[in-house]
Design a protein around this ligand. Structure first.
Ligand SMILES: Cc1cc2nc3c(=O)[nH]c(=O)nc-3n(C[C@H](O)[C@H](O)[C@H](O)COP(=O)(O)OP(=O)(O)OC[C@H]3O[C@@H](n4cnc5c(N)ncnc54)[C@H](O)[C@@H]3O)c2cc1C
Ligand code: SF4
Ligand code: SF4
Length: 502
């Protein structure tokens, strides 16, 4: 089996400082070769990182450090992004390097102070810092490219100083209201997908190491919020201990209360297209699992640490004995490679669920429109079946399905048959890169433009772009913004909605 990288390269420049602070590194390390007094800026940097550490741990490393910005922004795209060797994170390495660094740094400082009172003193002092900055830039930069962007930071003496200052701040009790830790707002909603660990620059594992306050209390966490930005469940944030405790008191949300461990057998695997497979699973323990169309299940992909992938329920079984998951194989996808290559018919697999509420229409909803693109069609295959057969109050159901190629129109004939059987159901496929008789060309949003959505509830699943555009079109065409519900794995920064992502 081809080796697929566990760690994911992803954006870490969430603020202007983080995006551009690397320029300061070049300015000091290279400009300092001509003007050594530029190195004196480093004194302010060292003071800044030590002071912030008292109150916020290694916050500086994740938010202000110019070298960190260089590694994350400039060098991450070039990095081999490998696992950081554990000896580089070990105590002997950290302590040994700290002593070695401080000895050499102290020696150079003493030499510089021998020129105290002369005109060259500031130059000599500045050059000590310029040299240090240059060495860190070169050594850290090489490790960033050939191993991982944040290798240097594992044993960086400035990081060690911050950990000492943080520890003192904690002992003195000065940081209770300022120290923000990664907090899981609702553990019952965690997909246990491990994405927070896969994007973490320090390769930490927040989701498996939460304490009693649902917080990740690790001295190495640099509060960079990369895990927060990437969590598909949107349940991570930086919070103080007091804030975390108030969140902990909140009840388990609707749609997650019946989540449980389930053993199921793979009854059948249908190859639907070259990269799409349907897995029909029969529940074994317990033998029945009540779920609602619109919910999703987790399927275990690895044991150490236990990690799952989320898949929408794509079938509707009134007896609750079976469930279908339609899974698209992702190029370089870690979990789908395991599912596609290792899971066979007859295998017993571990599920968790059912989960989710965003795509479960409220009882009493009379008019609903489902909009999907790509693999986002899967929950609607179950939803259409359920609302047509079980919801007598429903007067109008519209399914808009945007795909690229005709073979991606899953269960096309079944949906056409349902359309004939139920006059209040309209199925509207659209293809962006293929032609098929009777099917318009374009995107899901193309079909939204000339319709009126007054009185409808809209449920969407697919790419962030589609959801963003659909929101604009549908609310302009009469949809109440509170009647817009969506599920997507992508962040949609410009969309301000009352409904939340899963
Ligand atoms: C509620 C919910 C329902 C879902 N329902 C379905 C469904 O019904 N069907 C379905 O197929 N999927 C569904 N998904 C998506 C599914 O959970 C997985 O995310 C998907 O199968 C990919 O898993 P993976 O481990 O193979 O990919 P991953 O390895 O997690 O990769 C995910 C993305 O990151 C990129 N990536 C991976 N490694 C790197 C790297 N080193 N550098 C840069 N980028 C990288 C990949 O190209 C890919 O785009 C759903 C997700 C959610 C949250
Ligand atoms: S949902 Fe995934 S990324 Fe979010 S906390 Fe849970 S394991 Fe981490
Ligand atoms: S746990 Fe989150 S905030 Fe902490 S270093 Fe990792 S990604 Fe950054």
């Amino acid at each position: 089996m081809e080796q697929i990288s566990y760690y994911i390269k992803t954006r870490r420049d969430f603020t202007r400082i983080r995006r551009y602070a690397w320029i300061l590194t070049l300015f000091i390390a290279i400009g300092g070769l001509w003007e050594p007094r530029l190195g004196l800026v480093v004194i302010a940097i060292m003071a800044g990182l030590t002071i912030t550490a008292f109150f916020k741990g290694r916050y500086w490393c994740g938010n202000f450090c110019p070298h960190g910005s260089l590694y994350d922004v400039v060098l991450q795209p070039l990095s081999m992004n490998q696992r950081i060797p554990s000896f580089l994170k070990s105590k002997p390495m950290i302590v040994g390097f700290f002593v070695f660094f401080m000895f050499n740094f102290g020696r150079r400082m003493l030499e510089a102070f021998q020129t105290w009172g002369t005109t060259s003193f500031l130059e000599r002092l500045g050059s000590v810092f310029v040299f240090t900055y240059l060495v860190v830039m070169i050594a850290g930069g090489l490790m960033a490219v050939f191993i991982n962007p944040r290798v240097w930071c594992q044993f960086c003496p400035m990081g060690t100083i911050q950990k000492i200052a943080y520890s003192l701040g904690r002992k003195a009790g000065v940081n209770e209201s300022t120290d923000q830790l990664i907090t899981m707002t609702q553990p019952s909603m965690c997909h246990r997908c491990g994405k927070c660990a896969r994007v973490c620059p320090f390769q930490l594992e927040p989701y498996v190491n939460m304490n009693d306050h649902n917080q990740f209390d690790d001295f190495n966490c640099i509060r960079c919020a990369t895990c927060v930005e990437n969590c598909p469940a949107g349940i991570l944030s930086l919070k103080t201990k007091e804030e975390a405790d108030s969140l902990k008191a909140q009840p388990i949300p609707e749609g997650y209360q019946h989540r449980r461990l389930i053993y199921a057998r793979i009854q059948r695997i249908h190859q639907l297209t070259k990269d799409l497979r349907e897995y029909v699973l029969t529940f074994v323990d317990p033998p029945t699992v009540p779920y609602r169309a619109g919910q999703f299940m987790l399927i275990r992909v690895t044991d150490e640490p236990k990690a799952y992938r989320a898949y929408s329920i794509a079938s509707y079984d009134e007896q609750y004995r079976q469930v279908s998951l339609i899974i698209k194989q992702i190029p370089e996808g870690y979990g789908t490679a395991i599912i596609f290559n290792q899971y066979q018919e007859g295998d017993l697999v571990e599920l968790e669920g059912p989960m989710g509420e965003v795509l479960v229409p409220d009882r009493g909803t009379e008019k609903m429109v489902f909009v999907a693109n790509g693999i986002g069609i899967t929950p609607f295959l179950a939803l259409v079946q359920e609302v047509l057969t079980k919801r007598e109050e429903v007067q109008s159901v519209l399914l808009i399905n945007g795909q690229r190629y005709k073979e991606d129109l899953l269960y096309h004939e079944t949906l056409r048959t349902l359309e004939k059987e139920y006059p209040h159901f309209q199925y509207l496929p659209v293809l962006s890169r293929d032609s098929m008789e009777g099917i318009p060309k374009g995107h899901a949003t193309t079909l939204l433009k000339d319709r009126v959505f007054t009185g409808y509830k809209a449920y969407l699943c697919g790419t962030g772009h589609m959801i963003q555009d659909a929101y604009q079109i549908m609310t302009t065409n009469g949809l109440d913004e509170k009647a817009f519900f969506f599920e997507t794995e992508e962040k949609i920064p410009d969309l301000q909605l009352p409904a939340s992502m899963v």
